[in-house]
Design a binder for this molecule. Structure first.
Ligand code: NOJ
Length: 671
């Protein structure tokens, strides 16, 4: 591991291995380091369970744990053999992220369980309690009577003492995790995918998700029973044959995570998911280059260009050179080109086996373009659409990545436009999870960064493989090109940071400046222009796209915000937030003393007060404010934008006037 990038600062870890054996009691408790959260766990009637409380407030009632395996239950015949308590405290540094340092501080409790009779199989459950929530996972130790096994169901439950308002996407009928997050009482939800965000009351917000999804199926949640309260249980994504997970002991599951926060904004600052992933496995991360990119992309979605060959083919040598020139002129370090390789002609979503990831179309001079880009300080981003043909892609990974490397191409955008990989397995099944991991690991070996579209839901793997830069798995900008419902509603991006955004960086691709749609005139971004700017800050992505066709940026003063805005940050604060209504995020650049702020609202125009208390108290700054201009309104008049400058200090309080569907973007430079 490169200690310049990932320096592990140990503050005082591994303090006490307190209790070694505790076979006389069936109840154990664990507290968070600040004492605010309490976990209780134990065995009742042979069944393992847990509860969670914040002070005297019960967050989770007794909830069952365990599995149903192919040969029956592994959850109803246990005794507690021993328990271990420990505590851990370290601070680690992220090569890129929303801040540099992350504190990983938790108290841990491990239950070692053994079946009371019969096969006497063993199972361990590890709980880590942080100040901002809980993580727990199952461990299947190596043992005589449990070698190869099949998980038919994970029996993890979440029993809530009351109902709450919950934001989620449905599992059934949702392709590619690209649904709108909707809120309704948790008790009325059908099967839903995680992350699930709960507003329990004014001072209690919780998020259910998972961390370190490795060789397992993605976590969905389903109702155990309806009524005034809600009890959810795990519903893992199955293989086509119905099994959930094929495993061999020793084996560990992903972590089940529950973030607990007092304010919505605090959810955005939790790094619990990252902390529950393994430290960086890459020895050298110096080749990883976050940055801003443009692409021959929106033109396809506007049907100005085609991916396939023909008179409107977008990926021509001349067009790509135009994009490279533009990128070089405006300081973008990447140019994505879609439709450059053989495989797009015909129905590529069904015939993914035709994709060839090393063979460019004849009118795309790959070598010349890669050289041209490099001379100009720009890199091509190779698009690898697979049409869901995962095996075809796996067979070409080595040849494709070594070619890209040899040409100086250090990032790819992968795509899986077919919800069934290899026409049979779901993207979020164990099959899919294994495939995506293989791509990430192989890319890391070749020094290639990955932007994964149509992924399994992210779970923080970028800590371990920081070449996994960003992912889709959300309803992104492309829906503003062709969605029959007219595009993403104004509230969509006010919900994403509190839901999908908590699973990791989002390649939403903000930055559309021209809202005219030649094909579907009623479909376009449901935002003002100023909100498109603000999204570059609000929606974190270390590879951040400016999504429009380059001609739409010419002579646009507002473009200067995008070209000045970094993509990775030294610090993040959330001064205003209400899920689905509005959010303001302020982020400090890693390479200067400058701050960038994005504030967005839903369809409601509103005024927000923004105290700049996060600035250095000793300094003065120049603020350049890009705000909705007179008459701006996402429905009728999205373009007016007012750009102004003023001097500010940490004592300044800005008043942000956000239009309906609008936003404000601010650059604050230290004087
Ligand atoms: C869906 C991706 O999200 C989009 O970005 C891409 O242009 C198309 N697939 C084609 O690969």
């Amino acid at each position: 591991m490169n200690i310049n990038i990932i320096k592990q600062l140990m503050f005082g870890c591994l303090c006490a291995l307190l209790l070694a054996a505790c076979s006389t009691t069936d109840i154990e408790t664990l507290q968070s380091p600040d004492g605010a959260l309490t976990l209780t766990t134990g065995i009742k009637g042979g069944k393992p369970y847990y509860t969670l409380a914040r002070g005297t407030e019960v967050l989770i009632n007794p909830s069952n744990l365990g599995f149903t395996l192919n040969d029956g239950p592994l959850n109803d015949n246990f005794k507690l053999k021993e328990t271990h308590h420990s505590t851990f405290d370290e601070t680690w540094a992220q090569p890129w992220g929303e801040e540099v340092e992350v504190r990983n501080h938790y108290n841990e409790l491990t239950l070692n369980l053994e079946e009371q009779d019969g096969l006497k199989r063993r199972l361990s459950i590890v709980f880590r309690l942080f100040n901002d929530g809980l993580g727990f996972r199952y461990i299947f130790p190596e043992q005589e009577n449990l070698k190869d096994f099949i998980i038919m169901n994970e029996e993890t439950e979440y029993a809530f003492p009351q109902d709450s308002r919950a934001w989620s996407i449905p599992t059934n009928g949702t392709k590619y995790y690209e649904a709108i997050y909707t809120s309704s009482p948790l008790s009325q939800k059908d099967t839903i995918s995680t992350p699930v965000t709960l507003e329990v009351n004014d001072s209690l917000y919780m998020v259910l998700h998972e961390a370190n999804l490795t060789d397992y199926a993605s976590l969905n949640l389903t109702q155990k029973k309806g009524g005034a309260t809600a009890t959810l249980r795990a519903a893992l994504t199955p293989w086509s044959t119905g099994e959930k997970v094929f495993a061999t002991a020793p084996f560990v599951t992903p972590w089940r995570t529950i973030i607990v926060a007092k304010k919505p904004g605090d959810l955005l600052l939790s790094r619990l998911m990252l902390n529950l992933n393994e430290p960086c496995k890459l020895e050298d991360t110096s080749w990883i280059e976050p940055g801003r990119y443009i692409g021959i992309w929106w033109g396809m979605h506007m049907e100005t260009y085609t991916w396939a060959q023909g008179p409107k083919h977008g990926a021509t040598t001349a067009n790509t050179m135009r994009y490279i020139d533009f990128a070089a002129k405006h300081g973008f370090n990447g140019v994505l080109v879609e439709g450059w390789n053989f495989g797009w002609d015909g129905d590529w979503t069904q015939n993914g086996d035709n994709f060839n990831f090393t063979r460019p179309y004849p009118n795309y001079d790959l070598k010349k373009l890669a050289d041209y880009a490099r001379q100009k300080g720009v890199r091509l981003i190779a698009h690898n659409e697979t049409g869901g043909a995962a095996t075809n892609y796996e067979q070409q990974l080595d040849s494709a990545f070594s070619l890209y490397r040899s040409l100086g191409i250090n990032s790819i955008k992968t795509g899986y436009v077919n919800p069934m990989l290899d026409h049979k397995e779901l993207q979020h099944s164990q099959y899919g999870v294994r495939h995506y991991r293989k791509v990430i690991e192989t890319a890391a070996r070749y020094g290639i960064m990955v932007d994964n579209h149509e992924p399994a839901m992210p779970s923080g793997l970028q800590r371990t493989y920081p070449n996994l830069m960003t992912q889709e798995g959300l309803r992104g900008q492309e829906y503003n090109a062709w969605s029959p419902d007219g595009g993403n509603s104004p509230s969509h991006t006010c919900i994403l940071p509190f839901t999908r955004g908590l699973a990791g960086p989002m390649d939403f691709t903000p930055g559309i400046f021209n809202f005219k749609n030649p094909v579907f005139p009623n479909t376009h971004p449901q935002t003002t222009l100023a909100k498109q700017l603000a999204l570059s800050v609000v929606l974190f992505s270390p590879l951040q796209m400016a999504a429009d066709m380059i001609e739409n940026y010419e002579n646009q003063p507002a473009f200067s915000f995008i070209t000045s805005c970094p993509t990775i940050w030294a610090e993040t604060v959330v001064p205003n937030a209400q899920i689905g209504d509005y959010v303001t995020i302020a982020r400090k650049d890693r390479n200067s003393e400058n701050w960038f702020i994005g504030s967005i609202t839903n369809a409601e125009a509103r005024t927000l007060s923004l105290p700049l208390t996060f600035l250095d108290k000793e300094a003065s700054y120049k603020a350049t404010i890009y705000e909705d201009g007179p008459g701006a309104d996402y429905k009728t008049n999205p373009y007016p934008i007012k750009i102004s400058e003023q001097e500010v200090t940490a004592n300044s309080i800005l008043t942000l006037q956000l239009a309906s569907g609008g936003g404000t973007a601010i650059r604050i430079e230290k004087l």
